[in-house]
Ligand binder design. Structure first.
Ligand code: 5GP
Ligand code: ZN
Length: 118
């Protein structure tokens, strides 16, 4: 699918530095940065530096790189914002709500709800 290739991929542009981001973590294979429209404070996206449009197309080595850093990034994010807990979310395909076709995991910190503040 042409819309799933790397040519006009927003996250590839972030990786190459063509678009800015607020970095949370980076190594040779992985980048984590704050979501531009956070669901909660500290909402972070974790992506492989090679373009993979969705989970079903990810190689074992890409998944190994992601898996090896997801626990520590999640921990750093929730510690950093003082969250209690978090959701790890990953959408695949338009119908499932995927908007950016570059594989990403959402780390969404969850806070104890304060009465009277929605
Ligand atoms: P999806 O619905 O594809 O799982 O989530 C895509 C996420 O990427 C959304 O939460 C959206 O706010 C975020 N996003 C889209 N464009 C940008 C961008 O240019 N910069 C950043 N930091 N996040 C983006
Ligand atoms: Zn991409």
């Amino acid at each position: 699918v042409s819309s799933e290739d790397s040519k006009d991929c927003t996250f590839c542009k972030i990786i190459s530095g063509q678009l800015p981001c607020i970095k949370v973590f980076e190594n040779d294979e992985i980048l984590a940065f704050l979501d531009i429209a956070p669901i909660s404070r500290g909402h972070t996206l974790v992506i492989p530096k090679t373009h993979v449009s969705r989970l079903t197309l990810a190689s074992p080595s890409v998944m190994s790189s992601l898996g090896s850093v997801l626990p520590q990034i999640s921990n750093a994010v929730i510690q950093g914002v003082g969250a209690e807990d978090f959701n790890l979310l990953q959408n695949n395909g338009k119908i499932a709500g995927q908007v950016v076709f570059h594989l990403h995991f959402h780390i969404i910190p969850r806070f104890k709800e304060v009465e009277g503040r929605g």
